[in-house]
Design a protein around this ligand. Structure first.
Ligand code: ACO
Length: 385
């Protein structure tokens, strides 16, 4: 019927009203609102509400949603017990996937999804949306302390999502600028059309699996270095380059060997990712706030972007969202293997928005394939082979 397209490039896999992007102009919108405006004026809570419910909330709606998020931050003791048995040397994304997958054991109810009628108005859908979104941050922060042999820091209900997240991660009340920057990072990573992890979420959700399983599938997909795992690789790459003076030679050698410049390139954007533009601005703001006292990796990144523009720019390969995010997180004292979990916390809003959108008119994903194997043949008994 139709032609096989590797990576499904350009093949519409769903119909969605959640976000849109113009890869030629570098414009990303959530429900029609430009990401640059949301990063400047909104909060993660408000943006999550927008993605999930389709409209910006009124003051009262936002207060109610935010209050629910704050009241759902605690993680069950038994989830903590499960986490305790995981090896501290494991990657936090593996831990996160395990912990999220376990939530369904403690909050059963996926049979609500198999009942008749629209699922979008079920209490279960709403409660699990809030519960999952609220606990993602707590799980990630708990692990930071548990793997260092410390007790986790309990969430605080008097702080917004971003501020509380930084507080739980570091154990200290964060610098207000750090909290604002973290909030913007959460807004910027919350949604991005039908990317690999969102597609994984939709495939899982189309079987009417429970929302924690939907998010666990997406977390596993986000973990790979070609997707969310790139932010950690960027920092390693900048450390390896070591100095702005080494950028030219490093880039030349990497490209000659067909290596990867982490944090560069995107299936959809042929110009600089608008999220990278905003994250770079935030990094400049932080540098000013700290009187220039930021990691030298930032200068290496800026030089790499300049040199990359000459060599990769003509192919439409430019910095993506992962290029500057890690440098910012590192400035806030966050270890590099926690960068992708931070991405997952935020993207949970988008994954669950897509899950809910799909539930209203669900059809199980069941694509076809082009078979290239052997045709029907006779079985050969073992002693004749
Ligand atoms: N460094 C070096 N070369 C690159 C890069 C890069 N970062 N990105 C693409 N290219 C080259 C490819 O080698 C290929 O070259 P060729 O035509 O000579 O074979 C050409 O550009 C096209 O690249 P594809 O991999 O076919 O592009 P695709 O759309 O499939 O991949 C991807 C996009 C996976 C993001 C790719 O650009 C990449 O690997 N980037 C590095 C990893 C990264 O930063 N990922 C995060 C993406 S953002 C996100 O997921 C949140």
């Amino acid at each position: 019927m139709s032609q096989y397209v590797p990576g499904l490039q350009g093949v519409p896999a769903t119909r969605s009203a959640i976000s849109d992007l113009d890869g030629q102009k570098g414009i990303l919108t959530y429900r029609g609102y430009k990401i640059v405006d949301l990063a400047r004026h909104s909060t993660f809570e408000e943006t999550a509400y927008l993605l999930i419910h389709g409209e910006l909330p009124s003051a009262e709606e936002l207060a109610r949603f935010d209050d629910k998020l704050r009241r759902n931050r605690h993680v069950k003791y038994n989830v903590r017990e499960i986490m305790k048995f995981l090896p501290i040397t494991g990657h936090p994304m593996e831990m996160l996937q395990t912990a999220v997958a376990s939530l369904g054991m403690f909050y059963p109810g996926e049979e609500c999804l198999t009942g008749s009628g629209s699922c979008a108005d079920l209490d279960y859908v709403e409660n699990m949306t809030v519960k999952t979104l609220a606990t993602m941050g707590t799980i990630v922060a708990m692990w930071e302390h548990m793997r260092n042999g410390e007790d986790p820091v309990s969430p605080r209900a008097d702080m917004g999502y971003a501020e509380n997240l930084l507080y739980m991660l570091t154990g200290e009340e964060p610098d207000p600028l750090h909290a604002r920057i973290m909030d913007a990072c959460l807004v910027l990573h919350a949604e991005h059309t039908i990317n690999a992890s969102t597609f994984a979420a939709l495939v899982c959700g189309s079987t009417l699996a429970a929302p924690n399983q939907v998010v666990a599938s997406a977390v596993g997909t986000l973990a790979g270095p070609l997707h969310g795992g790139a932010n950690q690789r960027v920092l390693q790459m900048l450390e390896e380059i070591g100095s702005p003076d080494n950028v030219d030679a490093w880039l030349q050698e990497t490209l000659a060997n067909r290596g990867t410049v982490w944090g560069f390139g995107h299936r959809e954007y042929k110009v600089k990712d608008p999220r990278a533009v905003i994250l770079q601005e935030r990094m400049e703001e932080l540098r000013e706030h700290k009187d220039g006292d930021v990691s030298p990796l930032f200068d290496i990144a800026v030089r790499l972007e300049e040199e990359g523009a000459k060599r990769l720019g003509p192919k439409g390969i430019h910095p993506n969202v992962d290029f500057y995010s890690g440098i910012l997180y590192a400035e806030m004292g966050i270890p590099s293997d926690q960068f992708t979990p931070l991405f997952a916390i935020s993207r949970t809003a988008g994954w669950l928005a897509h899950w809910r959108e799909q539930l209203v008119n669900n059809r199980i994903y069941r694509p076809t394939q082009e078979y290239v194997g052997e045709r029907v043949r006779e079985y050969v008994p073992l002693d004749e082979r």
